[in-house]
Design a protein around this ligand. Structure first.
Ligand SMILES: *Cc1c(COP(=O)(O)O)cnc(C)c1O
Length: 444
């Protein structure tokens, strides 16, 4: 399989090369040159493959999902090992409503308690293998609005031949997130940028196009612009939709907390591969570039505004370019997904009220602010829309990552999972830089 740039279908490269480069040389994003429909073949066997009511065997399924994409590439023979290394924690689907029509897909059981662990671990397992025998270290630049940097740092920490530079907007990530970005040392360096996430992202893009840096380092990106993060994220959509289909014979519909649209793109790609998925609904915070675009057809990228769901504070989502390469305008995109925007007041109210509700199967549901956006969007669907779907809320982070926000709302402590507690014991270090390429260059 070849991968092409969103800006030029003639610019095509193999799987490993696309992962190593991150961004296409023309500034575009890599997408598969063609779409295999291989998951459709396993849908009729959904029940036996996954076993209804059992833990998904994600690693085994990941191998099947990835197979056509790495076919013919030097990575193909080691893909089984990569998948076992990356998918070593579960993505359980938990029922919420008593009638079973609403459930939550928990993507926060990895090392840094957010869904980004899946993609980051896959990318690390891959790049590490591509790095064997290379003389220069690979330098990974990653811009983060909070969770990406932690997941990437955790996944690449102490991997031989690889150095990581994490850029985050100073003062705009939660204290818990900041610890996760700055507690690594060794081959991981953290920079607090005086600016927004969009500034950080712009810096990374500039660094890639800079001839000077290209001469000095082998650069790669670990942002969701990297195909190596996106493709593996399709795996948990394939797994959970097969699970719903195996149990009910119905296709699953997803509500996805969205910012840079990596997770949403992965869901759409899973559907393209033939996963039994019905509706895809994007849940945005007050940064509503995408909902606005879908409603009036005019794309207006804008500076991000700070919200409680900070990992989704994106005013110019990178992966929109990938969505638009499949659906060229707003009308076409509207046929594939819908999008809503939720403000901070509604996020707070939703965390408070879902903690106290009594009509769900378990008591005291606690959302992180991002997942609360999805829970709120579910409540805003029409009764008819709710009744016709098998709805899955995508839980993108563990609430303990945002205890400063969540605990006062539920008036109760949030238990900290063991993974996170371990990170809190490490010493922190970080440098502060201006949002300029010159400042980044000297920090590198
Ligand atoms: C990154 C992140 C999001 C947004 O995901 P995208 O792929 O950028 O749309 C949502 N929730 C959490 C907790 C995140 O870390």
């Amino acid at each position: 399989m070849q991968f092409i740039s969103t800006r030029n279908p003639d610019l095509s490269i193999g799987f490993g090369a696309a992962l190593r480069q991150g961004l296409a040389p023309d500034g575009g994003l890599f997408v598969p040159a063609e779409w295999p429909h291989h998951i459709a073949d396993i849908v009729p066997r959904a029940k036996e493959i996954l076993g209804v009511g059992t833990e998904d065997n994600l690693a085994a399924l990941a191998r099947q999902v990835m197979q056509p994409f790495c076919a013919g590439d030097a990575l193909a023979p080691v893909m089984d090992a990569i998948c076992s290394e990356a998918f070593n924690f579960p993505a359980p689907l938990q029922p919420l409503s008593a009638d079973g029509r609403l459930s939550v897909l928990e993507l926060f059981h990895g090392p840094t308690a957010a869904f980004k662990d899946f993609g980051a671990r896959f990318l690390a397992a891959t790049l590490k293998r591509l790095q064997v025998g290379k003389s220069r270290p690979l330098k990974i630049l990653v811009a983060t609005s909070g969770d990406t940097g932690g997941a990437v740092a955790a996944a690449f920490h102490r991997q031989p031949g690889i150095e990581v530079v994490v850029l985050f907007p100073k003062g705009l990530v939660s204290p818990t997130q900041e610890r996760q970005l700055t507690c690594w040392g060794d081959n991981v360096r953290s920079c607090a940028v005086r600016g927004t996430f969009d500034d950080c992202q712009k810096l990374v893009k500039e660094a890639f196009l800079d001839a000077d840096l290209a001469n000095q380092f082998d650069l790669s990106s670990a942002n969701s612009i990297n195909l190596g993060r996106l493709l593996p994220q399709a795996v948990y959509y394939v797994a959970s939709s097969l699970r719903v289909f195996g149990a009910t014979g119905e296709r699953a519909s997803y509500i996805i907390p969205s910012g840079n649209l990596g997770n949403a793109t992965a869901c759409l790609w899973a559907k393209r591969m033939g996963a039994p998925i019905a509706e895809i609904v994007l849940a945005h915070n007050a940064n509503k570039t995408v909902p606005d675009y879908l409603s009036d057809g005019v794309l207006r990228p804008r500076p991000s505004v700070a919200t409680l769901a900070s990992a989704m504070d994106v005013g110019n989502p990178s992966n929109l370019e990938r969505l638009l390469s499949l659906y060229p305008d707003a009308a076409a995109l509207r046929g594939a997904l819908s999008a809503h925007s939720v403000d901070d007041a509604a996020i707070r109210a939703r965390i408070r009220s879902d903690y106290r509700r009594t009509d769900w199967v378990s008591e005291h549901t606690v959302w992180c602010p991002h997942t609360a956006v999805a829970a709120e969007v579910y409540e805003r669907l029409s009764a008819e829309q709710r009744a016709r779907g098998r709805w899955v809320l995508v839980a993108t982070a563990h609430p303990a990552k945002f205890r400063e926000i969540v605990e006062p709302l539920i008036e109760s402590p949030v238990p900290v999972p063991e993974n996170l507690a371990r990170l809190f014991e490490r010493p922190v270090s970080c440098v502060e830089i201006d949002a300029s390429l010159a400042a980044l260059k000297s920090a590198m």
